[in-house]
Design a protein around this ligand. Sequence first.
Ligand SMILES: [Zn+2]
Length: 342
Amino acid sequence: MVCGRPLTGGLDTWFQTLIVSSEKGKSDKAGAVLSGWKDLPLELLVRIVSLADDPRMVIVASGVCTGWRDALCLGTTNLSFSWCNLNMNNLVQSLTPKFTKIEVLSLRQNRPQLEDGAVEAVANNCHELKDLDLSRSFRLSDRSLYALSDGCPHLTRLNISGCSNFSESALAIGQNCNQLQSLNLGWCESITDKGVVCLASGCPNLRALDLCGCILITDESVIALANGCPRLKSLGLYYCQNITDKAMYSLANSRVTSKRGPTVRKSTEEKEGLANLNISQCTALTPPAVQALCDSFPGLHTCPERHSLIISGCLSLTSVHCHCAVHAHRAGRAMMSTYHAY
Ligand SMILES: [Zn+2]
């Protein structure tokens, strides 16, 4: 057991054969002998470091000796520099050429430090990257997304929320990174319909898209998503005040169309379709259009237990209800009429 968790597979075998010697590294029993820290099996080292809660552990341990450095550089798939408040830019540029097997990388910042050169270092070295968090990177330009587009074609999750310098042309990243399933573009205020349309055509597997605060987008973006991304499950449109009923009907109709489409075996999640939608402050929307959407997607809820249709700030939408809220209302009325009958 390490950190209270059971070990599995090869590590179980390691533990069974290892005997830690007390003196002179000798033992009567068969098996590998640990006579000092350098003898720690490298697979075990990688596993122990990966279990540590502190993301700095990998970097500290990689500085102990060349053996540990090589093992950690090749064995580490998950790395975070978000703890780094001062030299993130330099650290990323010097370390990413060594950690070439990284699949999950967090470069989230409390204060903006990261520059395009660091993201280019990531893109040039970490070609197996699947999940990248660049949120709050105010200093990055389109250069960063062009580099990722070329170097990291396996990206499935990308968070660039708050990166206000990206233009819509950078969303051409969707043409190369067409495995993207989750993309957070919250408060990328320069994004226009042109970029979202390009994204929708390149990324048919998109499940989650956050466009909250992308104030320039219109119905054209939502229509492109409704037509191009049939697996869309979560959509954030908070404060996108150009969005009208046309967008809601387009999403509702996409559900009808996909139901009639070819019968391919789908997971329960896929069958349910859109299950999270934030249209807070989209003040142009009217109840019939949003109700039509709610009726099309049973995963959208206005009831307090499963609240997944977020409409705060839309005072005109208070009459919109999900299926279970309507049933609860009817059941309540039936109980009341029974009570009055007595
Ligand atoms: Zn409900």
